[in-house]
Design a protein around this ligand. Structure first.
Ligand SMILES: CC(=O)N[C@H]1[C@@H](OP(=O)(O)OP(=O)(O)OC[C@H]2O[C@@H](n3ccc(=O)[nH]c3=O)[C@H](O)[C@@H]2O)O[C@H](CO)[C@@H](O)[C@@H]1O
Ligand SMILES: C=C(OP(=O)(O)O)C(=O)O
Length: 436
């Protein structure tokens, strides 16, 4: 198990380029299985979860050609659905959350698919009901084999229909869309998730010949087509990385320019960091964060304490709440962080409290942060990364802290952040990966 050893308290400086978006990559890679023709994808991040999904796709019989550092061509002409029956498939698919999105395309093309309980962050209950309710609406039969922990779906023919999703699930919406594009007739999905990941997926599917309208809204219309063609697609920069870097700059008083951010696709993210008092300058498509000794959290208009809560897009993504929370620990003022979606994502605040932060964990969903206004620095400690985003939040805390910190379980961070230690070193961070 590798560990990050960090000597904190240094100001960083320089430019950083965000990687391609992890959560978009997982959708787009699944979608290559919808056609027998080549699909070329650019800006693919070299991160553990994405590489695991590419491996799975290859194991399924899809031809995978690496065209460059970040470009791949996939040709899913001959898919071996028998691989779905193997232990190898079950083991590999259970290792990441994104594997669940193989279901929609395989069901659409081959009428049958199965998946073990998928992995991903342990951040509370992560139900898959929306996925299966959606497939059932399209005419599939669903069965959960509790002895083997396997979900099976079966449909000789998928038929378009109207459906109102029970919740705007990101991967659930992607799965249903990928099944519906090849279904017979018209599908309407209401209460669809509409994160940029999904907008990108729909745009790619339309380039492949799908007929999807309502892209970017929570009301999606799909007219099923017989088959899809190949295409080319470039992933957006990872908005969660961009948010993480904004937080990193503020917390460490660093002057950082984040390059090529696709600011038009960041939604409310910059505004939320602005409410924490962080100054940002948009320079073309770059975000420049000047070195800031102080930043002050806004209050609501009536003077009451600010709440920052997650919500389905265009609300604030839950994947950045841990970062916002850590940044607030050195701000002037108080904020209530309300993690509505996941019930076990705030427990990492214990470690921040050990480091000297002033936080009250009100309940599993809410934490009040009373900013230190830089009157005291956090102090370095030994800690373990509980999940991908808490891991990066702790990394940011460690980089700002006095003394040395050690973060173990950094595989969690590697799941979603490409070469993070090397890229931070290039900005001047004192971080070392110690491999046991
Ligand atoms: C691989 C991938 O893309 N993972 C992302 C995806 O996970 P994933 O698609 O698994 O998450 P879902 O969107 O299904 O749901 C996330 C959680 O929010 C709850 N929920 C969701 C919608 C809603 O309207 N109300 C509600 O309470 C769900 O019950 C669940 O606990 O979306 C999450 C929510 O943005 C992100 O944290 C994950 O990084
Ligand atoms: C929760 C996340 O990922 P996953 O859904 O893959 O666990 C995340 O990216 O923050």
């Amino acid at each position: 198990m590798s560990v990050f050893k960090i000597r904190g308290g240094r100001k960083l400086k320089g430019e950083i380029i965000p990687q391609g978006a992890k959560n978009e990559a997982l959708q787009i890679l699944s979608a290559v299985l919808l056609t027998e023709e080549p699909v070329t994808i650019h800006n693919v991040p070299n991160i553990v979860d994405v590489n695991k999904l590419i491996d799975l796709i290859r194991d399924l019989g899809c031809k995978v050609e690496k065209l460059g550092e970040e470009s791949y061509r996939f040709t899913a002409a001959n898919i071996n659905t028998l691989f779905l029956e193997t232990d190898d498939y079950r083991r590999k698919a259970a290792a990441l959350r994104g594997s669940v999105m193989l279901l929609g395309p395989i069901l659409a093309r081959y009428g049958k698919a199965s998946i073990p309980k998928p992995g991903g962050d342990k951040i509370g209950r992560r139900r898959l009901d929306t996925h299966f309710l959606g497939f059932q609406k399209l005419g599939a039969k669903f069965n959960f084999d509790s002895s083997e922990h396997l979900f099976h779906i079966d449909a000789s023919e998928l038929k378009g229909c109207y459906m109102l999703l029970d919740e705007a699930s990101v991967t659930g919406t992607a799965n249903i869309i990928m099944a519906a594009v090849l279904a017979k007739g018209k599908t309407t999905i209401y209460n669809a998730a509409c994160e940029p990941y999904l907008q990108q997926l729909c745009l790619m599917l339309n380039r492949m010949g799908a007929k999807i309208s309502g892209v970017g809204s929570n009301l999606i219309y799909i007219e099923g087509v017989e088959k899809l063609d190949g295409t080319e697609h470039t992933l957006l920069p990872d908005m969660i990385e961009i948010g993480s870097f904004i937080g990193l700059a503020a917390m460490t008083q660093s002057e950082i320019t984040i390059k090529n951010c696709r600011i038009d696709m960041l939604g409310i993210i910059p505004e939320i960091f602005r409410r924490l008092g962080i100054k940002m300058e948009f320079r073309g498509d770059d975000i420049h964060i000047p070195s800031q000794e102080k930043y002050e959290i806004e209050t609501f208009i009536d003077g009451s304490i600010l709440t920052i809560a997650d919500a389905p897009w265009p609300g604030f993504t839950p994947d950045l709440l841990s970062i916002v929370l850590v940044v607030a620990t050195q701000a002037k003022g108080t904020v209530l962080i309300h993690q509505k979606m996941f019930e076990s994502r705030l427990f990492f605040v214990d470690k921040l409290i050990d480091m000297g932060a002033q936080i009250i964990l009100c309940d599993p969903h809410r934490a009040t942060v009373i900013g230190l206004d830089r009157k005291n620095s956090l102090r370095g400690i030994k800690m373990s990364s509980p999940d991908i985003r808490a891991g990066v939040a702790l990394l940011i805390a460690a980089l700002s802290a006095n003394g040395t910190s050690e973060i173990s379980n950094i595989d969690q961070i590697d799941r979603g952040y490409q070469n993070i230690d090397k890229r931070l070193k290039a900005l001047g961070a004192d971080i070392e990966r110690v491999i046991d």
